[in-house]
Design a protein around this ligand. Structure first.
Ligand SMILES: C[S@@+](CC[C@H](N)C(=O)[O-])C[C@H]1O[C@@H](n2cnc3c(N)ncnc32)[C@H](O)[C@@H]1O
Length: 244
């Protein structure tokens, strides 16, 4: 098994090399994206028309299509969670790409479920209060609202987690995506929402298996172990858990 810390420049060089290799080896089932290299796999989700339509309508950029496998995991997990009562929640939304695809995939409007989207949106709010990202600006919350306005039960909740849970919270949750890039914030999200998760609800941590996010891995492992739950580390780098 290969496991190492790799610089952004090295990832770019590897990307370029693997792009060429992919073209050459595609007939043999080589798939490379999002730091994940597989050989001889079916990668069936890429051929699933429902997923492909949701992904393409969500965004057409290479950047977002590179995380297709992760987003497919979210679609699958949300659909499984929706067998239980409750609404869908994402902590850490940024531009809303992932939940846009999920909402299309599960036909959120038709399902009658609510969607709660929590983020600071405007970037760093001071030490320990969120990491600024290039997409952050004073209009981001508005743009995300526009993106989800087709869903009558979508709530965009700007503010610092967990303080923003005071603004709006679903009664019950069937699916929770935690993607805050910050161990303390992710712990606060789980603590604030745990009691509202329905039995059988599905939880996905976006950064669980990445060695640059080892603190989040430890915090999620510990937070769920205290509740008697273990997390499945997926090859995409995500962590998957089910509320008992
Ligand atoms: C990696 S991005 C989320 C990406 C998004 N889930 C997607 O799939 O495109 C992480 C987000 O977490 C937000 N964030 C980090 N700590 C936060 C906190 N304590 N409260 C609210 N938002 C926070 C940041 O503002 C940032 O937009």
């Amino acid at each position: 098994m290969l496991s190492f810390n790799i610089s952004v420049d090295e990832v770019r060089r590897l990307d370029a090399f693997l792009d060429q290799a992919e073209a050459l080896f595609q007939p043999y089932g080589l798939y490379y994206a999002d730091n994940l290299l597989t050989v001889g796999r079916i990668v069936g989700f890429l051929k699933d028309p429902r997923f492909r339509t949701a992904l393409t309508l969500g965004d057409r950029s290479r950047w977002y299509h590179d995380i297709a496998w992760r987003v497919h995991v979210l679609c699958w997990a949300a659909e499984l969670g929706m067998r239980q009562p409750g609404d869908l929640v994402e902590c850490g939304v940024l531009e809303g790409f992932s939940m846009d695809v999920v909402s299309r995939y599960v036909d959120l409007e038709q399902s009658g479920r609510g969607l709660y989207l929590y983020d600071l949106f405007h970037g760093a709010g001071g030490a320990g209060r969120g990491i600024a990202m290039p997409q952050h600006d004073s209009d981001l919350a508005w743009r995300v609202e526009q993106r989800f306005k087709q869903y009558s039960r979508a709530h965009v909740v700007p503010g610092f987690i967990p303080d923003s849970f005071q603004i709006a919270l679903p009664e019950q949750i069937c699916f929770l995506h935690i993607d805050l890039n910050d161990a303390a914030a992710e712990t606060a999200a789980l603590d604030g929402l745990w009691d509202r998760l329905s039995p059988g609800a599905v939880i996905v941590y976006d950064d669980f298996g990445w060695n640059i996010h080892a603190e989040q891995h430890a915090a999620a492992t510990e937070g769920l172990a205290r509740r008697g739950v273990s997390i499945l580390e997926l090859p995409t780098g995500q962590g998957l858990a089910i509320k008992p």
